[in-house]
Design a binder for this molecule. Structure first.
Ligand code: NAP
Length: 299
């Protein structure tokens, strides 16, 4: 079975690549943005025509949530328009499309965990662009799996976990909001589950296609997540609670974006990943991939 991995240099892309490089049965072509810009439709069409992948795993995305507010066209081009074109090509070549979406499709006003049946009403450009991609795929593809995930963290790329570790080295006081709740998800866990799904697809020739929530457990606030990060790394930090109101950002974020993953667990008999265990492993193993530069946060 041939896999085409797009956005291979991102956080999830690198986590997937790390596992794909272990000896196993998949043949794959992994392309980063400089090798294939997914907004270049003719280049994407050429790769599809030449490689004829059985599965396209799309990890390419515009994830700078705040920047997206001021660069909406660029965000929509990558997250929505390009994915719409990709969906058409997947349909044309009978390829399974595996797409990742986000908890930010919800407005956060519910007091419960969100299910796939709940109405999406994104608060920001990024969330709207990802929702548009979902609609394009659902309207176009017969074979797709959309995994809505949240609060990705890992040893790779730009994420809250790595930002907290950097801040701990630099700042006396760290302030983190305690009124936004969600589900941290270790990218390595998401990658492992993704490959598990693909193994089944290879064996069975089919999957329970559709849209699913798949995120880590338990749900916490960003403050609680930060506290767990510092505890795992045994860092003494002056961590202070603040409210979202006192920490204005360009993009509005949902207060509650906790995802209910029961549909996924029932369909695939796979339990949700426990992020605290992954965090312990990361802390024990050290982080050799700390980036030297700061960018717009994607959390
Ligand atoms: N991060 C989160 O907390 C989070 C939460 C929920 C859902 N998700 C979703 O999960 C997926 C993976 O996220 P991630 O955290 O791995 O994101 P990421 O680290 O920002 O990686 C995205 C990758 O896409 C690449 N890219 C951007 N524009 C591209 C283009 N036009 N053509 C090809 N590649 C392009 C980026 O390239 P450069 O490296 O050159 O920038 C980057 O390598 C995304 O679909 C995202 O929406 C993420």
């Amino acid at each position: 079975m041939k896999l085409l991995l797009l956005g291979a240099n991102g956080q999830l892309g690198q986590a997937l690549l790390k596992q794909l490089q272990l000896p196993q049965q998949f043949q794959y072509l992994a392309l980063n943005r400089s090798q294939l810009d997914i907004t270049d439709i003719s280049a994407v069409a050429t790769v599809m025509a030449e490689y004829r992948p059985d599965v396209v795993i799309n990890c390419a995305a515009y994830t700078a949530v705040d920047n997206a507010e001021q660069h909406a066209a660029a965000c929509i081009a990558v997250n929505a328009t390009a994915v719409g074109q990709l969906a058409k090509l997947c349909q044309q070549y009978n390829s399974l499309l595996l797409q990742f979406s986000t908890d930010y499709v919800f407005n956060g006003q519910s007091n419960k965990a969100y299910t796939e049946q709940d109405i999406a009403a994104p608060l920001n450009v990024y969330g709207r662009s990802k929702l548009q991609a979902e609609h394009f795929i659902q309207a176009t593809c017969s074979k797709y799996v959309i995994l809505r995930t949240s609060w990705l963290f890992s040893e790779f790329g730009h994420n809250f976990y790595r930002t907290m570790l950097k801040l701990a080295q630099r700042d006396q006081i760290i302030q983190v909001v305690n009124d936004q709740f969600g589900c941290p998800t270790y990218a390595g866990d998401l990658a492992a589950i993704t490959l598990q799904l693909l193994q089944r697809y290879q064996q069975q020739g089919s999957l329970a296609y559709g849209i699913y929530h798949l995120a880590g457990s338990p749900a916490v606030s960003w403050y609680q997540f930060a506290k767990a990060i510092f505890a795992a790394h045994q860092l003494q930090v002056n961590l202070q609670v603040i409210s979202s109101a006192s920490w204005p950002t360009l993009a509005t974020r949902p207060a509650n974006s906790v995802l209910d993953c029961n549909k996924f667990c029932a369909a695939f008999a796979i339990s949700v990943p426990q992020w605290q265990a992954a965090l312990q492993q990361l802390a024990l193993g050290g982080d050799n991939h700390m980036a030297s530069q700061e960018q717009d946060c994607n959390f």
